[in-house]
Design a protein around this ligand. Structure first.
Ligand code: F0G
Length: 455
Protein backbone atom coordinates (compact mmCIF):
# COMPACT_ATOMS: atom_id res chain seq x y z
CA UNK A 1 0.00 0.00 0.00
CA UNK A 2 1.10 3.57 -0.54
CA UNK A 3 -0.44 6.94 0.05
CA UNK A 4 0.15 10.55 -0.94
CA UNK A 5 2.07 12.49 1.71
CA UNK A 6 0.23 14.66 4.22
CA UNK A 7 -0.78 17.89 2.40
CA UNK A 8 0.07 20.03 5.45
CA UNK A 9 2.99 20.48 7.80
CA UNK A 10 2.95 20.36 11.57
CA UNK A 11 3.07 23.65 13.46
CA UNK A 12 2.27 22.52 16.98
CA UNK A 13 2.76 19.14 18.63
CA UNK A 14 1.19 17.19 21.46
CA UNK A 15 3.53 14.57 22.97
CA UNK A 16 2.29 10.99 23.08
CA UNK A 17 2.79 8.94 26.23
CA UNK A 18 3.60 5.22 26.22
CA UNK A 19 2.76 3.05 29.18
CA UNK A 20 3.83 -0.48 30.08
CA UNK A 21 1.69 -3.46 29.20
CA UNK A 22 1.11 -4.06 32.94
CA UNK A 23 -0.22 -0.52 33.41
CA UNK A 24 -2.49 -0.91 30.41
CA UNK A 25 -3.87 -4.22 31.69
CA UNK A 26 -4.55 -2.52 35.00
CA UNK A 27 -6.21 0.46 33.30
CA UNK A 28 -8.58 -1.61 31.16
CA UNK A 29 -9.67 -3.66 34.19
CA UNK A 30 -10.36 -0.41 36.07
CA UNK A 31 -12.32 0.80 33.03
CA UNK A 32 -14.56 -2.27 33.14
CA UNK A 33 -13.16 -3.46 29.77
CA UNK A 34 -14.89 -0.53 28.12
CA UNK A 35 -12.52 1.66 26.06
CA UNK A 36 -14.88 4.63 26.54
CA UNK A 37 -13.97 4.59 30.22
CA UNK A 38 -10.18 4.78 29.76
CA UNK A 39 -8.33 7.99 30.64
CA UNK A 40 -7.09 9.46 27.35
CA UNK A 41 -3.55 9.81 28.67
CA UNK A 42 -3.35 6.03 28.99
CA UNK A 43 -3.84 5.73 25.22
CA UNK A 44 -0.82 5.81 22.93
CA UNK A 45 -2.72 6.16 19.66
CA UNK A 46 -6.34 7.13 20.21
CA UNK A 47 -8.62 5.78 17.48
CA UNK A 48 -11.77 5.80 19.59
CA UNK A 49 -13.47 8.23 17.27
CA UNK A 50 -13.06 10.76 14.49
CA UNK A 51 -15.56 12.96 16.34
CA UNK A 52 -14.26 16.23 17.72
CA UNK A 53 -10.69 14.94 17.46
CA UNK A 54 -9.56 16.83 14.34
CA UNK A 55 -6.52 19.10 14.30
CA UNK A 56 -7.53 22.62 13.35
CA UNK A 57 -5.63 24.69 10.81
CA UNK A 58 -3.75 27.92 11.44
CA UNK A 59 -6.59 29.76 9.71
CA UNK A 60 -9.19 28.19 12.01
CA UNK A 61 -7.16 29.13 15.09
CA UNK A 62 -6.77 32.68 13.85
CA UNK A 63 -10.52 32.98 13.34
CA UNK A 64 -11.04 31.75 16.92
CA UNK A 65 -9.50 35.04 18.05
CA UNK A 66 -12.09 36.97 16.05
CA UNK A 67 -15.05 35.09 17.52
CA UNK A 68 -17.90 37.44 18.46
CA UNK A 69 -19.14 36.27 21.85
CA UNK A 70 -22.21 38.50 21.94
CA UNK A 71 -25.26 36.72 23.35
CA UNK A 72 -27.36 37.79 20.39
CA UNK A 73 -26.64 38.90 16.85
CA UNK A 74 -23.10 37.51 16.78
CA UNK A 75 -21.05 38.14 13.64
CA UNK A 76 -19.64 34.64 14.02
CA UNK A 77 -23.10 33.27 13.27
CA UNK A 78 -23.27 35.40 10.12
CA UNK A 79 -19.97 33.90 8.95
CA UNK A 80 -21.17 30.35 9.68
CA UNK A 81 -24.44 31.02 7.85
CA UNK A 82 -22.62 32.36 4.81
CA UNK A 83 -20.24 29.39 4.73
CA UNK A 84 -23.14 26.89 4.88
CA UNK A 85 -24.99 28.82 2.17
CA UNK A 86 -21.92 28.96 -0.07
CA UNK A 87 -20.71 25.39 0.43
CA UNK A 88 -23.91 23.39 0.95
CA UNK A 89 -26.50 25.66 -0.66
CA UNK A 90 -29.10 25.83 2.13
CA UNK A 91 -30.56 29.27 2.92
CA UNK A 92 -31.27 28.66 6.63
CA UNK A 93 -29.11 27.44 9.51
CA UNK A 94 -29.89 26.72 13.15
CA UNK A 95 -26.78 25.94 15.24
CA UNK A 96 -26.80 23.28 17.97
CA UNK A 97 -24.20 22.14 20.50
CA UNK A 98 -23.40 19.05 18.38
CA UNK A 99 -25.07 16.59 16.00
CA UNK A 100 -27.40 14.95 18.51
CA UNK A 101 -28.75 18.38 19.46
CA UNK A 102 -29.82 18.80 15.83
CA UNK A 103 -31.24 15.24 15.77
CA UNK A 104 -33.25 15.93 18.89
CA UNK A 105 -34.79 19.06 17.41
CA UNK A 106 -35.58 17.67 13.95
CA UNK A 107 -37.13 14.56 15.51
CA UNK A 108 -39.46 16.73 17.59
CA UNK A 109 -40.44 18.81 14.57
CA UNK A 110 -41.00 16.11 11.97
CA UNK A 111 -42.17 13.02 13.88
CA UNK A 112 -45.73 12.36 15.05
CA UNK A 113 -45.85 9.37 17.45
CA UNK A 114 -46.40 6.12 15.55
CA UNK A 115 -44.86 7.38 12.29
CA UNK A 116 -42.07 5.50 10.53
CA UNK A 117 -38.62 6.95 9.95
CA UNK A 118 -36.74 5.03 7.26
CA UNK A 119 -32.99 5.41 7.19
CA UNK A 120 -29.90 3.82 5.63
CA UNK A 121 -28.91 1.87 8.74
CA UNK A 122 -29.25 3.31 12.20
CA UNK A 123 -26.91 5.60 14.06
CA UNK A 124 -27.08 5.33 17.86
CA UNK A 125 -28.04 8.89 18.80
CA UNK A 126 -30.16 9.42 15.68
CA UNK A 127 -32.35 6.40 16.37
CA UNK A 128 -32.51 7.28 20.07
CA UNK A 129 -34.03 10.70 19.34
CA UNK A 130 -36.41 9.32 16.70
CA UNK A 131 -37.71 6.69 19.12
CA UNK A 132 -37.79 9.08 22.08
CA UNK A 133 -40.53 11.10 20.35
CA UNK A 134 -42.49 8.01 19.29
CA UNK A 135 -41.02 7.38 15.83
CA UNK A 136 -40.38 3.87 14.51
CA UNK A 137 -37.00 3.52 12.84
CA UNK A 138 -36.92 1.26 9.76
CA UNK A 139 -33.65 0.21 8.13
CA UNK A 140 -33.89 0.55 4.33
CA UNK A 141 -30.22 0.22 3.44
CA UNK A 142 -29.25 -2.28 0.69
CA UNK A 143 -28.63 -5.84 1.95
CA UNK A 144 -24.94 -5.70 0.99
CA UNK A 145 -24.36 -3.19 3.81
CA UNK A 146 -25.02 -5.89 6.41
CA UNK A 147 -22.46 -8.23 4.86
CA UNK A 148 -18.91 -7.36 5.94
CA UNK A 149 -17.32 -8.66 2.73
CA UNK A 150 -19.94 -7.82 0.08
CA UNK A 151 -18.29 -5.79 -2.64
CA UNK A 152 -20.27 -2.71 -3.66
CA UNK A 153 -18.90 0.74 -4.48
CA UNK A 154 -21.80 2.45 -2.70
CA UNK A 155 -22.66 0.12 0.14
CA UNK A 156 -24.50 2.92 1.96
CA UNK A 157 -27.24 3.21 -0.69
CA UNK A 158 -30.92 3.11 0.18
CA UNK A 159 -32.80 0.14 -1.30
CA UNK A 160 -35.64 1.83 -3.21
CA UNK A 161 -37.67 -1.39 -3.16
CA UNK A 162 -37.57 -1.48 0.65
CA UNK A 163 -38.61 2.16 0.80
CA UNK A 164 -41.43 1.65 -1.73
CA UNK A 165 -42.70 -1.34 0.22
CA UNK A 166 -42.81 0.64 3.46
CA UNK A 167 -44.71 3.49 1.82
CA UNK A 168 -47.10 1.07 0.05
CA UNK A 169 -47.85 -0.70 3.34
CA UNK A 170 -48.41 2.33 5.57
CA UNK A 171 -49.08 5.28 3.24
CA UNK A 172 -46.88 8.31 2.69
CA UNK A 173 -48.55 10.24 5.53
CA UNK A 174 -47.25 7.63 7.99
CA UNK A 175 -43.66 8.39 6.98
CA UNK A 176 -42.22 11.20 9.11
CA UNK A 177 -39.29 11.72 6.74
CA UNK A 178 -36.56 9.74 5.03
CA UNK A 179 -33.16 10.13 6.71
CA UNK A 180 -30.25 9.45 4.37
CA UNK A 181 -26.78 9.46 5.90
CA UNK A 182 -23.72 10.25 3.76
CA UNK A 183 -21.51 8.24 4.51
CA UNK A 184 -22.98 5.43 6.66
CA UNK A 185 -20.98 5.16 9.86
CA UNK A 186 -22.36 1.87 11.19
CA UNK A 187 -21.97 0.12 7.83
CA UNK A 188 -18.24 0.85 7.94
CA UNK A 189 -18.09 4.42 6.63
CA UNK A 190 -19.69 3.36 3.33
CA UNK A 191 -20.74 6.00 0.79
CA UNK A 192 -23.99 6.70 -1.03
CA UNK A 193 -23.98 7.36 -4.78
CA UNK A 194 -25.28 10.55 -6.37
CA UNK A 195 -27.66 8.40 -8.43
CA UNK A 196 -29.12 6.95 -5.24
CA UNK A 197 -29.55 10.36 -3.61
CA UNK A 198 -31.30 11.56 -6.77
CA UNK A 199 -33.58 8.51 -6.92
CA UNK A 200 -34.60 8.85 -3.29
CA UNK A 201 -35.17 12.57 -3.87
CA UNK A 202 -37.46 11.83 -6.84
CA UNK A 203 -39.33 9.16 -4.91
CA UNK A 204 -39.84 11.48 -1.94
CA UNK A 205 -40.94 14.37 -4.16
CA UNK A 206 -43.49 12.13 -5.87
CA UNK A 207 -44.96 11.06 -2.52
CA UNK A 208 -44.64 14.39 -0.73
CA UNK A 209 -42.20 12.96 1.83
CA UNK A 210 -39.44 15.07 3.39
CA UNK A 211 -35.95 13.94 2.40
CA UNK A 212 -33.39 14.77 5.08
CA UNK A 213 -29.69 14.04 5.28
CA UNK A 214 -27.40 13.13 8.11
CA UNK A 215 -24.61 15.04 6.40
CA UNK A 216 -22.04 14.42 9.13
CA UNK A 217 -19.45 12.96 6.71
CA UNK A 218 -20.59 14.54 3.46
CA UNK A 219 -17.09 15.58 2.33
CA UNK A 220 -15.83 12.01 2.56
CA UNK A 221 -18.90 10.83 0.65
CA UNK A 222 -18.22 13.43 -2.06
CA UNK A 223 -14.70 12.06 -2.50
CA UNK A 224 -16.00 8.51 -3.06
CA UNK A 225 -18.44 9.83 -5.70
CA UNK A 226 -15.55 11.59 -7.42
CA UNK A 227 -13.47 8.40 -7.42
CA UNK A 228 -16.15 5.82 -8.16
CA UNK A 229 -19.19 7.25 -9.95
CA UNK A 230 -19.13 7.83 -13.67
CA UNK A 231 -19.40 11.46 -14.70
CA UNK A 232 -17.76 12.85 -11.54
CA UNK A 233 -14.04 12.21 -12.04
CA UNK A 234 -13.40 15.75 -13.31
CA UNK A 235 -15.57 17.55 -10.75
CA UNK A 236 -14.19 18.98 -7.52
CA UNK A 237 -15.37 17.47 -4.26
CA UNK A 238 -16.69 20.93 -3.36
CA UNK A 239 -18.97 20.90 -6.43
CA UNK A 240 -20.00 17.30 -5.80
CA UNK A 241 -20.93 18.06 -2.18
CA UNK A 242 -23.03 20.99 -3.30
CA UNK A 243 -24.84 18.86 -5.86
CA UNK A 244 -25.43 16.13 -3.24
CA UNK A 245 -26.98 18.64 -0.88
CA UNK A 246 -29.13 20.18 -3.63
CA UNK A 247 -31.41 17.09 -3.52
CA UNK A 248 -32.19 17.29 0.20
CA UNK A 249 -34.78 19.36 2.04
CA UNK A 250 -32.38 19.80 4.91
CA UNK A 251 -29.66 18.23 7.03
CA UNK A 252 -28.45 17.51 10.50
CA UNK A 253 -24.74 18.02 10.95
CA UNK A 254 -22.31 16.87 13.57
CA UNK A 255 -19.63 19.46 12.89
CA UNK A 256 -17.17 17.35 14.87
CA UNK A 257 -16.41 15.30 11.77
CA UNK A 258 -16.41 16.94 8.33
CA UNK A 259 -16.45 20.51 9.65
CA UNK A 260 -13.00 19.85 11.18
CA UNK A 261 -13.82 21.26 14.61
CA UNK A 262 -13.80 19.96 18.16
CA UNK A 263 -17.43 20.82 18.98
CA UNK A 264 -20.60 22.03 17.30
CA UNK A 265 -23.40 21.08 14.96
CA UNK A 266 -26.38 22.52 13.13
CA UNK A 267 -29.55 22.05 11.19
CA UNK A 268 -29.78 23.53 7.70
CA UNK A 269 -32.92 23.65 5.59
CA UNK A 270 -34.84 25.27 2.76
CA UNK A 271 -38.27 25.54 4.41
CA UNK A 272 -38.79 28.64 6.56
CA UNK A 273 -41.54 26.92 8.57
CA UNK A 274 -39.08 24.25 9.71
CA UNK A 275 -36.58 26.99 10.57
CA UNK A 276 -39.15 28.77 12.71
CA UNK A 277 -39.99 25.56 14.59
CA UNK A 278 -36.30 24.76 15.00
CA UNK A 279 -35.77 28.17 16.56
CA UNK A 280 -38.65 27.54 18.96
CA UNK A 281 -37.02 24.34 20.21
CA UNK A 282 -33.43 25.53 20.09
CA UNK A 283 -34.05 28.28 22.65
CA UNK A 284 -35.41 25.68 25.07
CA UNK A 285 -32.71 23.03 24.73
CA UNK A 286 -29.60 24.62 23.25
CA UNK A 287 -29.35 28.41 23.33
CA UNK A 288 -30.27 31.48 21.30
CA UNK A 289 -30.88 30.71 17.60
CA UNK A 290 -27.73 32.68 16.79
CA UNK A 291 -25.43 30.34 18.74
CA UNK A 292 -27.35 27.18 19.68
CA UNK A 293 -24.89 26.03 22.35
CA UNK A 294 -21.71 27.05 20.55
CA UNK A 295 -19.32 29.83 21.45
CA UNK A 296 -18.85 32.47 18.76
CA UNK A 297 -15.27 31.30 18.26
CA UNK A 298 -16.49 27.74 17.66
CA UNK A 299 -18.86 28.94 14.94
CA UNK A 300 -15.98 30.79 13.29
CA UNK A 301 -13.74 27.73 13.38
CA UNK A 302 -16.57 25.71 11.86
CA UNK A 303 -17.24 28.24 9.11
CA UNK A 304 -13.63 27.80 7.95
CA UNK A 305 -13.37 24.06 8.66
CA UNK A 306 -16.35 22.98 6.60
CA UNK A 307 -14.77 24.57 3.56
CA UNK A 308 -11.29 23.15 4.26
CA UNK A 309 -12.79 19.66 4.41
CA UNK A 310 -13.89 20.03 0.79
CA UNK A 311 -10.35 20.43 -0.51
CA UNK A 312 -9.44 17.68 -3.00
CA UNK A 313 -5.87 17.29 -1.74
CA UNK A 314 -6.94 17.06 1.86
CA UNK A 315 -9.54 14.38 1.01
CA UNK A 316 -7.16 12.41 -1.17
CA UNK A 317 -4.77 12.06 1.75
CA UNK A 318 -7.51 11.57 4.33
CA UNK A 319 -9.28 8.71 2.57
CA UNK A 320 -5.91 7.40 1.35
CA UNK A 321 -4.62 7.17 4.92
CA UNK A 322 -7.62 5.11 6.00
CA UNK A 323 -7.17 2.89 2.93
CA UNK A 324 -3.44 2.53 3.69
CA UNK A 325 -4.19 1.11 7.13
CA UNK A 326 -6.91 -1.15 5.78
CA UNK A 327 -4.74 -2.53 2.98
CA UNK A 328 -1.92 -3.35 5.36
CA UNK A 329 -4.37 -5.41 7.43
CA UNK A 330 -5.86 -7.10 4.36
CA UNK A 331 -2.38 -8.09 3.17
CA UNK A 332 -1.77 -9.79 6.51
CA UNK A 333 -5.07 -11.67 6.28
CA UNK A 334 -6.80 -9.78 9.11
CA UNK A 335 -10.60 -9.82 8.62
CA UNK A 336 -11.91 -6.28 8.06
CA UNK A 337 -15.02 -4.78 6.50
CA UNK A 338 -14.56 -4.22 2.77
CA UNK A 339 -14.59 -2.05 0.76
CA UNK A 340 -12.57 0.11 3.17
CA UNK A 341 -14.68 3.08 4.23
CA UNK A 342 -14.07 6.78 4.69
CA UNK A 343 -13.35 7.46 8.34
CA UNK A 344 -12.28 4.16 9.81
CA UNK A 345 -11.12 0.61 9.33
CA UNK A 346 -13.56 -1.83 10.89
CA UNK A 347 -12.23 -5.14 12.20
CA UNK A 348 -14.74 -7.94 11.72
CA UNK A 349 -14.85 -9.38 15.24
CA UNK A 350 -17.03 -12.36 14.25
CA UNK A 351 -14.30 -13.60 11.92
CA UNK A 352 -11.43 -12.36 14.13
CA UNK A 353 -12.76 -14.22 17.20
CA UNK A 354 -14.93 -17.09 15.92
CA UNK A 355 -14.58 -18.84 19.29
CA UNK A 356 -16.54 -16.08 21.12
CA UNK A 357 -20.35 -16.11 20.62
CA UNK A 358 -21.96 -12.72 19.90
CA UNK A 359 -23.68 -12.76 23.31
CA UNK A 360 -20.22 -12.72 24.89
CA UNK A 361 -19.44 -9.50 23.04
CA UNK A 362 -16.51 -10.34 20.76
CA UNK A 363 -16.02 -6.79 19.50
CA UNK A 364 -15.97 -5.38 23.02
CA UNK A 365 -13.43 -8.04 24.02
CA UNK A 366 -11.30 -7.37 20.95
CA UNK A 367 -11.18 -3.61 21.56
CA UNK A 368 -10.07 -4.25 25.15
CA UNK A 369 -7.40 -6.75 24.05
CA UNK A 370 -6.04 -4.40 21.39
CA UNK A 371 -5.60 -1.71 24.02
CA UNK A 372 -3.66 -4.05 26.31
CA UNK A 373 -1.55 -5.27 23.39
CA UNK A 374 -0.57 -1.85 22.05
CA UNK A 375 -2.13 1.18 23.73
CA UNK A 376 -4.26 1.70 20.62
CA UNK A 377 -7.77 2.67 21.66
CA UNK A 378 -10.61 1.55 19.40
CA UNK A 379 -14.40 1.30 19.80
CA UNK A 380 -16.97 -1.49 19.79
CA UNK A 381 -19.60 -1.20 17.04
CA UNK A 382 -21.65 -4.34 17.42
CA UNK A 383 -24.15 -5.90 19.81
CA UNK A 384 -23.34 -3.50 22.67
CA UNK A 385 -23.86 -0.43 20.46
CA UNK A 386 -27.09 -1.90 19.06
CA UNK A 387 -28.74 -2.00 22.51
CA UNK A 388 -31.94 -3.84 23.42
CA UNK A 389 -35.39 -3.96 21.78
CA UNK A 390 -38.70 -3.15 23.47
CA UNK A 391 -38.94 -6.72 24.79
CA UNK A 392 -35.62 -6.20 26.54
CA UNK A 393 -33.66 -8.58 24.30
CA UNK A 394 -30.35 -7.71 22.68
CA UNK A 395 -30.68 -6.35 19.15
CA UNK A 396 -28.46 -8.77 17.24
CA UNK A 397 -26.74 -6.80 14.47
CA UNK A 398 -25.17 -8.81 11.68
CA UNK A 399 -22.09 -6.61 11.89
CA UNK A 400 -19.97 -7.13 15.00
CA UNK A 401 -17.06 -4.76 14.60
CA UNK A 402 -14.20 -2.91 16.21
CA UNK A 403 -13.75 0.52 14.72
CA UNK A 404 -10.26 1.92 14.25
CA UNK A 405 -11.37 5.49 13.66
CA UNK A 406 -8.85 7.89 12.21
CA UNK A 407 -8.96 11.49 13.50
CA UNK A 408 -8.55 14.08 10.74
CA UNK A 409 -5.10 15.67 10.23
CA UNK A 410 -3.83 14.23 13.54
CA UNK A 411 -1.78 11.07 13.01
CA UNK A 412 0.82 10.39 10.31
CA UNK A 413 0.97 7.39 8.04
CA UNK A 414 3.83 6.10 10.27
CA UNK A 415 1.33 5.91 13.12
CA UNK A 416 -0.86 3.80 10.86
CA UNK A 417 2.04 1.32 10.59
CA UNK A 418 2.20 1.08 14.38
CA UNK A 419 -1.53 0.35 14.49
CA UNK A 420 -1.31 -2.22 11.69
CA UNK A 421 1.61 -4.02 13.37
CA UNK A 422 -0.30 -4.17 16.66
CA UNK A 423 -3.47 -5.59 15.10
CA UNK A 424 -1.47 -8.15 13.12
CA UNK A 425 0.40 -9.25 16.26
CA UNK A 426 -2.88 -9.60 18.13
CA UNK A 427 -4.41 -11.60 15.29
CA UNK A 428 -1.60 -14.13 15.64
CA UNK A 429 -2.64 -14.84 19.25
CA UNK A 430 -6.39 -14.30 18.90
CA UNK A 431 -7.16 -17.65 20.57
CA UNK A 432 -6.07 -16.19 23.93
CA UNK A 433 -8.82 -13.53 23.94
CA UNK A 434 -11.77 -14.24 26.27
CA UNK A 435 -15.43 -13.21 26.00
CA UNK A 436 -17.05 -10.73 28.40
CA UNK A 437 -20.19 -10.39 30.51
CA UNK A 438 -21.94 -7.33 31.93
CA UNK A 439 -21.17 -6.00 35.40
CA UNK A 440 -23.20 -2.82 34.83
CA UNK A 441 -25.58 -2.01 31.97
CA UNK A 442 -27.27 1.41 31.73
CA UNK A 443 -30.80 1.70 30.26
CA UNK A 444 -29.88 3.62 27.08
CA UNK A 445 -26.85 4.21 24.82
CA UNK A 446 -25.25 1.48 26.90
CA UNK A 447 -21.96 1.35 24.99
CA UNK A 448 -20.83 4.63 26.53
CA UNK A 449 -20.84 3.61 30.18
CA UNK A 450 -21.39 -0.13 30.63
CA UNK A 451 -18.83 -2.24 32.49
CA UNK A 452 -17.74 -5.83 31.90
CA UNK A 453 -15.65 -8.67 33.26
CA UNK A 454 -13.95 -11.51 31.34
CA UNK A 455 -15.50 -15.00 31.38
N1 F0G B 1 -24.63 11.02 12.94
C1 F0G B 1 -23.56 10.27 12.68
C2 F0G B 1 -23.48 9.52 11.40
C3 F0G B 1 -22.52 10.19 13.63
O1 F0G B 1 -21.46 9.45 13.35
C4 F0G B 1 -22.64 10.90 14.84
C5 F0G B 1 -21.61 10.83 15.86
C6 F0G B 1 -23.80 11.68 15.07
C7 F0G B 1 -24.77 11.70 14.09
C8 F0G B 1 -24.01 12.43 16.34
O2 F0G B 1 -23.23 13.55 16.37
O3 F0G B 1 -21.67 13.15 18.29
O4 F0G B 1 -22.00 15.43 17.32
O5 F0G B 1 -23.78 14.39 18.67
N2 F0G B 1 -20.71 9.96 15.85
C9 F0G B 1 -19.61 9.83 16.80
C10 F0G B 1 -18.84 8.59 16.48
C11 F0G B 1 -20.01 9.94 18.22
O6 F0G B 1 -17.87 8.32 17.22
O7 F0G B 1 -19.15 7.90 15.52
P1 F0G B 1 -22.64 14.16 17.75
Amino acid sequence: PSNVAEPYRIKMVEPLVMHSREDRADAIAKAGYNTFLLPSKMCYIDLLTDSGTSAMSDKQWSMMMLGDEAYAGSESFDRLLKSVQDNYGFPYVCPTHQGRGAEHIISRILITPGQYVPGNMYFTTTRYHQEAVGGIFVDVIIDEAHDSTADHPFKGNIDLAKLEKLVAEHGADQIAYVNQAVTVNMAGGQPVSMANIREVHEFCTKHGIIHWSDATRLAENAYFIQQRESGYADKSTADIAKEMMSYFDGLTMSGKKDCLVNIGGFLAMRDEEILIKAREWVVVFEGMPSYGGMAGRDMDAMAVGLEEALDDHYLEHRIGQVRYLGERLLEAGVPIVTPIGGHAVFLDAKRFLPHIPQTQFPAQALAAALFVESGVRAMERGIISAGRNKAGEHNMPKLEMVRLTIPRRVYTDRHMDVVADAVIALYAKRDEILGLEFVYEPPSLRFFTSRFTPI
